[in-house]
Ligand binder design. Structure first.
Ligand SMILES: [Zn+2]
Length: 528
């Protein structure tokens, strides 16, 4: 009998080795996790998982990373939202999986939280919200886990890290958040595989859809053809079918409806207990539509803080019109919003805070150019998505990862996508407001005019834009500029060139964890 080489199939490799998960349970596809089998086998360089919570995706991504290092000689950058997430994830998932499986452990040559050496290859774990710059190492595969909670402007920058690789892999996985943000963008460009199951009553093959397959009153799964109750066995034995076949990106949508170990009753309870947004994102693995569901007033009030004012550095965003609307804040919070009429008044604000400033370049170009020349750390923002299609934010003065003398002091922005990201940032509690009641109410009013409008394009596709019902969206735009200033000022906008790279990795020690230079760690490795 011919022996099948498992070095070509992570799925085969897994089952042959009888790996167990981080809780010590054997990973078997024969029953509950059948829907993961094909995803384990998939080695397409572009993959996206739009997923519910608790379905085994992290274990899978860990094992596939290990497999690709060992058998394909890949270097991998694995990102999580923050360094803290990396720490938690590696400690509670990755390390436990490696520890429980001697066949994995024996190949681990270097072992700390930020870096795993598998043979002579590496898996780098890194938070996108980090005090240190993004990794400037090159890689064959980027795995962006929990992308919707990550800093998406940093994620974009990582794309340049795989240029030298033949494989050029990008895999994204996340619970979705809003429509057209994060994982949902790549999902829409993918072949959109859904899990289809067959009813043993009438034989109808169907995709599991909440509104059609769940009887919420009886709390059972039903066939949408004949109404028969669907058994866990019927839900378990399905197959993936591409609903948009032919797309290059391989996409999977995993909902908890496929999880045979969860009943309809369990899911209905979650829906009642947790509210619709949570239910969509974490149970059904679906994004929600912002603009239809977001209550902007509540969104801002939820981010109200009474914390004592943190010290500078300060960031300022200014929307230019007859009146100049501005937003001032620190790294943590917005603490002043206001409007002025004259140039002198604006100068006062700048002189008081010495901030990094982003101005709207639009209506008063000459005027703002004078500001840019007068004050350091001042940038002008232009909107336009045509020239820089792929990037949401493009700073002048940078060419790739290198400094460039052209266009210093300018930034180009895809307005609609950046507003999506900003809303996501606020909804995730990462932008706080410490404002008095009156200015807060005036500020909120501008948000409440925001609507997301769909419009057809010349090619017949749909696109959307953010619009204000009254045109009074100045503080929203000033907040966009403030956010840009914060990105620029906190130095999170560029990579350190390779030559100057002083990478650090997080290392776990008996006393906790610390940062250590990668160079040092690599030196030590040679002693093995
Ligand atoms: Zn049926």
């Amino acid at each position: 009998m011919r022996k099948i080489k498992y070095s070509n199939s992570p799925a085969l490799w897994m089952t042959r080795n009888d790996f167990i998960n981080e809780r010590g349970i054997p990973l078997s596809f024969s029953r509950n996790h059948l829907f993961l089998w094909d995803i384990y086998r998939d080695l397409n360089p572009r993959q996206v998982l739009k997923k519910a919570a608790q379905i085994g995706a992290s274990v899978m991504l860990n094992l596939k990373s290990f497999f690709l290092c060992k058998y394909k000689g890949f270097d991998i950058i694995y990102t999580m939202p923050s360094d803290n997430d990396v720490y938690e994830f590696v400690r509670t998932k990755t390390d436990k999986i490696f520890m429980s499986n001697p066949n994995l452990r024996k190949d681990i040559k270097i072992d700390n939280v930020g870096l795993k050496g598998v043979g002579d290859r590496f898996i780098y774990f890194k938070g996108t919200r980090s005090k240190t710059a993004p990794l400037s190492t090159t890689a064959d595969l980027l795995i962006h886990d929990e992308i919707d909670r990550s800093d998406l402007t940093i994620i974009e920058q990582y794309a340049s890290r795989i240029g030298a690789s033949k494989y050029k892999g990008i895999w994204m996985a996340s619970n979705p958040s809003m429509s057209n943000v994060g994982v949902d963008i790549m999902w829409k460009d993918s072949d959109q595989k859904e899990w289809f199951i067959i009813c043993r009553g009438c034989g109808l093959e169907q995709q599991l859809i909440w509104d059609e397959n769940v009887d919420e009153i009886r709390r059972i799964y039903v066939c949408k053809g004949c109404g028969k109750e669907l058994t866990p066995e019927e839900r378990r034995s399905g197959r993936w079918i591409a609903t948009k076949p032919g797309a290059e990106i391989s996409g999977y949508h995993i909902s908890q409806m496929m999880a045979a170990w969860l009943s309809a009753k369990d899911l209905v309870k979650e829906k009642e207990k947790r509210g619709l947004e949570y239910f969509l994102n974490f149970v059904l693995g679906e994004p929600y539509q912002v603009g239809t569901m977001t209550d902007f007033r509540q969104m801002i009030l939820d981010c109200y803080t009474t914390k004592t004012l943190s010290k500078g550095p300060y960031y300022l965003g200014v929307d230019i019109g007859i009146e100049k609307h501005y937003v001032v804040g620190t790294e943590e919070e917005i603490f002043e919003v206001g409007r002025v009429r004259t140039r002198r008044e604006l100068e006062h604000i700048i002189e008081r805070y010495n901030p990094t400033t982003v101005f709207d370049a639009g209506p008063e170009r000459t005027w703002v150019e004078e500001f840019r020349e007068k004050y350091p750390n001042t940038y002008l923002c232009f909107f336009g998505s045509d020239k820089h299609k792929k990037e949401i934010v493009k700073w002048g003065g940078m060419s790739g990862n290198k400094e460039d003398t052209k266009n210093v002091g300018y930034v180009w922005v895809d307005r609609n996508r950046l507003i999506d990201l900003l809303i996501n940032e606020i909804l995730s509690g990462r932008m706080l407001f410490k404002l008095q009641t009156d200015p807060m109410e005036r500020y909120v009013k501008h948000w409440q005019t925001m609507r997301r409008i769909e419009e057809p394009t010349a090619l017949g596709n749909k696109r959307y834009k953010w619009d204000s019902t009254t045109g009074e969206d100045h503080w929203v735009m000033a907040t966009v500029y403030y956010w840009l200033a914060k990105m620029k000022g906190s130095g999170k906008t560029e990579f350190i060139p390779d030559s100057a790279e002083k990478r650090e990795v997080i290392e776990r020690t008996s006393e906790g964890f610390r940062m250590r230079s990668l160079k040092e760690v690599l030196e030590e490795m040679k002693e093995y």
